[in-house]
Design a protein around this ligand. Sequence first.
Ligand SMILES: C[S@@+](CC[C@H](N)C(=O)[O-])C[C@H]1O[C@@H](n2cnc3c(N)ncnc32)[C@H](O)[C@@H]1O
Length: 203
Amino acid sequence: MGNDARQYAPSAARNRDPIWEVLRPHLPARGLVLEVASGSGEHTVHFARASDSELVYQPSDPDPLARASIDAWAAASGLANIRPSIALDAAADVWPIECVDVVVCINMIHISPWSSAVGLMRGAGRVLPAGGLLFLYGPYRREGRHMTPSNEAFDQDLRRRNPEWGVRNLEGVADLAGQAGFGPPAIAQMPANNLSILFRRTE
Ligand SMILES: C[S@@+](CC[C@H](N)C(=O)[O-])C[C@H]1O[C@@H](n2cnc3c(N)ncnc32)[C@H](O)[C@@H]1O
């Protein structure tokens, strides 16, 4: 595959270092990290490059053009700790992978129907062991309120584009996580009014 399949997400270039600073201390030295909704693949490559070679990354996306981009970025990186991308729809009852150590999902649940958030939590609960980490990143409402006017405008724009999309309530996402066997969230405030949210599977 030629490198011309690579897509460039300006937001990924901006947020990958702040996300890595929060995520890095919680990652194991070795194991398998599943990224759900990898998009262009730039986060996977950035994280894999900064990780020990025994920490292996499994990127995924339901969109074939995204998977072509992911695999092109991985090939260009020359890194051995990135697996070929897989087609994974978070909302599906069965995922094409059974057991991982970490699940990472960046900027997906507000740009997808609520069923994707439900499926993400259930799926992460299925594939993670007790103690396993689910890491989310994106904009959230808290107790029904937007964190900033710009997040509210972003939410309105999302809902105009697709009525099933929208900035989610952190409490609703935490409830889903609890039902899927995760403990309460650890929350880090991020640049541009985003949050990093870390859940540990308890059961
Ligand atoms: C805004 S992009 C974010 C991509 C990347 N994580 C980033 O931050 O640059 C949203 C991604 O979510 C993916 N997506 C949408 N619905 C999904 C679902 N149900 N399961 C998995 N991925 C989904 C899309 O294909 C797209 O690649």
